[in-house]
Design a protein around this ligand. Structure first.
Ligand code: NAD
Length: 501
């Protein structure tokens, strides 16, 4: 696809000059905390814009007004056809403004502009169209109860949904949550990551200025974790959909218990394995694919295969190819089409990854990368060379803990049982992949691996009609497809007694 920009970067810098405010009940208001947050460009550390963060009073006001609007029925009672039409209009706005959104996605995140243009932003439009189609297709059932009785179920909106997103796929994560929640008739409070709020702000501006949503159906809070924590404690919030770290996920569950036992969907961290058996079909293709999924988006992807488990008979051959590929990666400005890898999203992430690399040097054999890329202009940003550790023990910290960066752990195995045991040997269970030419083994191993998503002979397959989400400490519940809809609804069971004949 031609990704040349018709919207110049200068457009973004003009837009960045305009005030960035909270959006509550259809009004743009300054954050009440007096505390400024600066959004920065990780490629060169320049300040992009500032906003004043919301305070506790504003957070509670947003929650209570969203609840009032929910109870008033301005959205939950709107016809399903009209709801679908509004979602399609959001999709249209995203398609019409793909370039602006792609620029605003890449600037604070460091994601390649070509990826934002070709994948992330168009997928956001797909998501709104997909869930527009569900407004009148997700409904209750009649239950097979005794004669003389009728029992039927009704799917009702759950209420106010707090939608808390991370910085790695900012608008994509937000869209998944907003589209499904609105499709089911809920009101929403969007909380983008403070590091990457630009696309969410811009989309809310487009919606506000061009669409006719009732006030208070879509609200947005700009703040950091402190006030997001406050939001999860509000009794006016009925559901949290959270994507982020396992530590914060745990806190959200505690806060639910401390307040109104609100429901939570949690998409958390991962340490996903990819097993290469000795009979991997098209070994070169398999290595290419797994390498790309692992290192694309600078390794800041929750479901990437960070642990390659490789059969002893092909280990050296696979490792040699991986090293060559890692060494060929060009790090640099994400707006340069010749660059393969942009900067890590922020300073904290950059430092955390470098710390893990130092830990890894004491735990395993470093065979590629292992340092910050400071070539030329890269010295001004958060660039890290694709890094590979070999002969990694599964008990090592780099094999157990989520690094969330371009750091791959390779381990050798000898038997299928050993590979399965290693695959399951972390607290996470987000995704797993396996490559084999033996169909029976593929199914057997897929059954034995305790992960929410299994990829057989092609790591990293995603589609809106397929569920996404992990097991164990990788989270609760699923996003995408029909699966997220049940989490944005409550099921009411109604009994009717109509007597004996
Ligand atoms: P994070 O947990 O630090 O922050 C995520 C969001 O939560 C941000 O908007 C942040 O402001 C907010 N937050 C922080 N503290 C909070 C609190 N106490 N209460 C409520 N909200 C709070 O995560 P991150 O660093 O932005 O993202 C990286 C993490 O996200 C990684 O662990 C990664 O695996 C995970 N992730 C998971 C998936 C998935 O689908 N499983 C997808 C993407 C990212």
């Amino acid at each position: 696809m031609n990704t040349s920009k018709r919207i110049p970067l200068s457009w973004a810098y003009d837009w960045l000059q305009q005030p960035k405010q909270q959006y509550i009940d259809g009004e743009w208001v300054n954050g009440g905390s007096g505390e400024q947050w600066t959004v920065s460009n990780p490629a060169n550390k320049e300040a992009l814009c500032e906003f004043t963060m919301a305070d506790a009073e504003q957070v509670e006001y947003a929650a209570s007004i969203a609840n009032q609007r929910h109870e008033s029925g301005v959205w939950s009672k709107v016809s399903r056809t009209q709801r679908a039409d509004m979602l399609r209009q959001i999709a249209r706005l995203i398609r019409e403004h793909t370039e602006e959104l792609a620029v605003l996605e890449s600037l604070p995140n460091g994601k390649l502009f070509t990826e934002s243009m070709a994948d992330d932003i168009p997928t956001c439009a797909d998501i709104f169209e997909y869930y527009a189609g569900w407004t009148d297709k997700f409904y209750g059932e009649t239950s097979p109860v005794e004669d003389g009785f009728l029992n039927y179920t009704v799917k009702e909106p759950i209420g106010v949904c707090a939608l808390i997103a991370p910085w790695n796929f900012p608008l994509y994560q937000t869209s998944l949550k907003v589209a499904a929640a609105l499709a089911m008739g809920n009101t929403v409070i969007i909380k983008p990551s403070e590091y990457t709020p630009l696309t969410t702000i811009y989309l809310v501006e487009l919606i506000d200025s061009q669409l006719d949503f009732p006030k208070g159906v879509i609200n947005m809070l700009l703040t950091d974790g402190k006030m997001a924590n406050q939001l999860t404690l509000s009794n006016n919030v009925h559901k949290i959909s959270f994507t982020g770290s396992t530590g914060v996920g745990r806190k959200i569950v505690q806060n639910s218990g401390l307040s109104n036992l609100k429901a939570a969907t949690l998409e958390l961290g991962g340490k996903s394995p990819c097993i290469f058996f000795e009979d991997t079909p098209d070994l070169d293709g398999a290595i290419d694919r797994a390498f790309t999924v692992m290192f694309s988006h600078k390794g800041e992807k929750c479901s990437e295969p960070t642990r390659f488990l490789i059969h002893d008979s092909i280990y050296d051959q696979v490792l040699e190819k991986l090293i060559a590929k890692a060494n060929a990666v060009k790090c640099g400005n994400p707006f340069d089409e010749n660059v393969d890898q942009g900067p890590q999203c922020n300073e904290a992430q950059f430092n955390k990854i470098l710390e893990y690399i130092e830990i890894g040097k004491g735990e395993a054999k470093l065979v590629a990368g292992g340092y910050a890329d400071t070539e030329g202009d890269n010295a001004n940003g958060y660039f890290i060379r694709p890094t590979i550790f070999s002969e990694v023990d599964q008990n090592a910290r780099i094999a157990q803990e989520e690094i969330f960066g371009p750091v791959l752990c390779c381990t050798r195995f000898h038997t299928t049982e050993e590979a399965v045991q290693m695959a399951n040997a972390t607290a996470y269970g987000l995704a797993a992949g396996l490559y084999t030419g033996d169909v029976s083994r593929a199914h057997r191993v897929a059954e034995q691996i305790d992960a929410g998503m299994l990829f057989i002979n092609r790591y990293g397959c995603y589609g809106l009609a397929a569920p996404f989400g992990g097991f164990r400490q990788s989270g609760w519940g699923k996003e995408m497809a029909i699966h997220s809809l049940s989490s944005y609804t409550k099921t009411k069971g109604v009994w009717v007694y109509y007597g004996d004949a």
